[in-house]
Design a protein around this ligand. Structure first.
Ligand SMILES: *Cc1c(COP(=O)(O)O)cnc(C)c1O
Length: 404
């Protein structure tokens, strides 16, 4: 049996569809973000990163770096076990309290990533409730889909942010049957925001629990960085608020927050929590510093929004097809073709030292391939002018679509 041939054939198939991914070999420069070194086989180049989800540059914040080193020197590097078997440090307890407080919830629970928190959180909550039915937004992230599937219960997918469709599906289900609605606050490829208050109204009307993924909003929205639910004063209406430490907070790890009873039940039942070595103390120490810093520095959020608004306006002004769905920090520019999308980003990287990953199917629907640009507070006016100049040239050279 030629097993290797199957692996190769699988990759060949992906290449034939233009979906083969090559990772940029990048070294970001602590203290000089968004500058980075790009290592190519033939050359080493200084580039500007325009697509990082380290939205506020917290991954290189000096206070966060110091906290990481201090925690390593105090507690050592690895956690040494699962939470149950020697892996819990006082830092874990403090961070869970900090996150619960951030979202106004009774308790929080850490996972090794946002992906695991969604997979383990959604599946465990649904499994604990007899005959639970899940209602899931069609655009939900792969990690939420994994959680919904692993729950093994009946599920209904509603059209993206479609309240009428969601209500019809809820109406079709026995009012006394347990229900869980799972959705995101900010959908990060289009940058649109879901109608959270209205979804909570439906949840009240039809006796449903709600689980919101605030991964692209924590640290970024609300007076203290509690996300869109904080900004809109809705946090207390959600059963579970989930987030990541990897994006706005610049590190890694994920979490859920909710009532003490719910969190205790997930802690006691979720295999993805119980059977995995917990996050390393240096990461936890750094995360505490990052969450506190971000909470106290609302000006970071104000500058972040201003940078994004400014770049959007510059892109509109030069007539490129900004996707106006975005009402958030995400700046998506439509290409509408996978091969050209990849060509455009290759050209930007190789000839203009601008790094933007192409966003192609299956991350977004075919025909909506795009550049997804994420300016941070550390992207200056000058960098933006360079970016826009390069975009105009690339658009002209590849004869890409202009704004309608
Ligand atoms: C990135 C992402 C996750 C996963 O978070 P990680 O901490 O990176 O594992 C979950 N949900 C959404 C919507 C995401 O974009």
């Amino acid at each position: 049996m030629d097993y290797e041939a199957y692996f190769k054939q699988s990759v060949d198939q992906i290449k034939a569809e233009g979906r083969y991914r090559v990772f940029a070999d990048l070294e970001r420069h602590a203290g000089n973000f968004p500058h980075a070194t790009n290592r190519r086989p033939d050359a080493t180049e200084e580039v500007i990163v325009w697509c990082s989800n380290d939205y506020l540059g917290m991954g290189q914040n000096p206070i966060v770096r110091d906290a990481l080193i201090e925690a390593a020197n105090t507690y050592g590097c690895g956690s040494g076990g699962t939470r149950n078997i020697a892996g819990t440090t006082h830092l874990h307890v403090l961070l869970e309290e900090e996150l619960a407080k951030l979202h106004g919830k009774e308790a929080g629970l850490l996972f090794t990533s946002g992906y695991v928190s969604n997979d383990a959180g959604i599946s465990t909550i649904a499994k604990l409730i007899p005959d639970c039915k899940i209602f899931s937004d069609a655009w939900n992230h792969a990690s939420m889909i994994a959680g919904v599937r692993n729950a093994g219960c009946e599920r209904a997918i509603y059209n993206h942010c479609d309240l009428v469709h969601l209500e019809n599906l809820l109406k079709d289900t026995d009012i006394d049957r347990p229900k869980l609605i799972v959705f995101e606050s900010v959908y990060s490829m289009d940058g649109d925001v879901s109608p959270i208050a209205e979804i909570c109204d439906l949840a009240d009307k039809y006796n449903a629990m709600t689980y919101i993924d605030e991964v692209h909003a924590v640290g970024l929205y609300g007076e203290r960085g509690g996300g869109i639910t904080e900004r809109e004063g809705l946090a207390d209406r959600l059963t579970v608020i989930e987030g990541t430490l990897a994006k706005g907070f610049g590190l890694c790890g994920g979490y859920i927050t909710g009532s003490a009873a719910l969190i205790d039940a997930v802690r006691s039942n979720a295999p993805g929590f119980i059977f995995s070595t917990t996050l390393a103390p240096p990461i936890i120490g750094a995360a505490i510093a990052s969450v506190r810093y971000v909470r106290e520095h609302n000006e970071l959020r104000i500058i972040h929004q201003e940078r994004s608004e400014k770049l959007k306006q510059m892109i509109r002004d030069i007539g490129l097809p900004l996707m106006e769905e975005s009402v958030t920090h995400v700046v998506p520019v439509l290409v509408g073709d996978p091969v050209r999308c990849k060509q455009a980003t290759d050209m930007l990287l190789e000839e203009y030292n601008i790094y933007i990953q192409p966003i192609n199917y299956p991350t977004v629907p075919k025909g909506t391939e795009r550049l997804r640009i994420t300016p941070t507070p550390l992207h200056t006016d000058e960098l933006m002018e360079d970016l826009v100049k390069a975009l105009v040239e690339v658009w002209n050279r590849l004869e890409l679509k202009q704004a309608a």
